[in-house]
Design a binder for this molecule. Structure first.
Ligand code: MHF
Ligand SMILES: O=c1ccn([C@H]2C[C@H](O)[C@@H](COP(=O)(O)O)O2)c(=O)[nH]1
Length: 283
């Protein structure tokens, strides 16, 4: 939690104002943030200085791992975060690739599970990593990337947390996650849960002990209409100790994640938090 608050404070103290054309808002911005989470010690990086809707963040991750491409699929598993980008963004609504209501296009999980090469053949990046890790193999390229510049025009948003690299070392599994753009009050609150949970889940289904997860962010920002709440409310609060995440031990394979896992398979122990803050969201 300290790392998160330090990043927020750094943006408030040292951030530079940048005009963002896509949203029409200004963002107070810093470049380069490195966070790490001790998954092996189960120090779940849940924000405690406001109520965090952690289940929605895990649902979003499950949707990515399943290759979802519709906001309706995300809603069905308890996540509302894609409604606005799928249905309220003018540029996407006018895009000929949009297949109708709730379609997100070829973003995130579609790239992760059905990446396409120049002759139209598909590649399941996640399955390759899963097979290798299960067999104790780290080929130094265990990379799940949602970043496909050739298909940006086919999706509602370029992926923000775009690349997850897994590493096996001394019998432990590590994860390095890279993010190009981060809405620190809203997005980061979710993204740090997802980095932690992705490593915990992959370690569990590939039969390895989890080590640390490293989260590298390039552009970290606070939108102009979020700044006052962050500076005068959230940053004035004292954090509580980190809670623990419990994942149903019956989840044993990627197929389990694809077929029957729900939010009931995740529990948080010892979550103490300050009251919620409704940050404005920019589409
Ligand atoms: N401007 C922007 N910021 C983001 O963080 C973001 C996007 N756009 N577009 C794509 C996804 C969607 N994400 C989102 C979208 C909404 C919330 C949000 O409204 N969170 C609230 C309530 C969550 C709930 O009730 O389930 C929060 O208080 O955390 C969080 C992340 C993260 N990403
Ligand atoms: O997982 C996510 C997804 C999105 N965001 C934020 C970061 C930016 O504020 C917007 C995306 O805008 P771009 O103009 O495409 O950079 O969404 C996030 O923090 N985490």
């Amino acid at each position: 939690m300290k790392q998160y608050l330090d990043l927020c404070q750094r943006i408030v103290d040292e951030g530079v104002w940048v005009e963002n054309e896509r949203t029409g808002k200004r963002c107070l911005t810093v470049i380069n943030a490195d966070l790490n989470y001790n998954v092996g010690a189960n120090e779940f990086p849940l924000v405690t200085t406001r109520k965090s809707y952690w289940k929605a963040a895990i649902a979003e991750l499950l949707g990515y791992l399943r290759g979802y491409d519709s906001a309706a699929q995300f809603r069905a598993i308890g996540c509302n975060t894609w409604n606005a980008n799928a249905n309220e963004n003018e540029a996407w609504l006018a895009n000929p690739y949009r297949k109708g209501k709730d379609d997100m296009g070829r973003v995130y999980g579609v790239q992760g599970r059905r990446w396409r090469n120049s002759v139209g053949e598909e590649f399941d990046q996640l399955h390759k990593i899963y097979d290798n890790l299960r067999n104790g193999i780290d080929d130094r390229g265990e990379i799940l990337t949602f970043y496909n510049p050739g298909e940006f025009h086919m999706g509602c948003l370029r992926p923000c947390m775009h690349t997850h690299t897994f590493s096996l070392l001394g019998g432990k599994l590590y994860l390095t996650s890279s993010q190009r753009s981060c809405d620190v009050p809203l997005g980061q609150n979710f993204n740090q849960i997802q980095v932690f949970t992705l490593l915990a889940l992959m370690a569990q289904i590939t039969g390895h002990e989890a080590g640390k997860a490293y989260h590298k962010i390039v552009n970290a920002h606070i939108y102009e209409d979020q700044l006052q709440l962050m500076r005068d409310v959230q940053l004035k609060r004292e954090p509580y100790p980190a809670p623990k995440l419990h994942i149903n031990p019956e989840i044993k394979s990627l197929e389990d994640i694809e077929t029957w896992v729900t939010l009931d398979d995740f529990e948080v122990e010892g979550y103490q938090y300050h009251e919620s803050i409704a940050y404005p969201f920019s589409v």
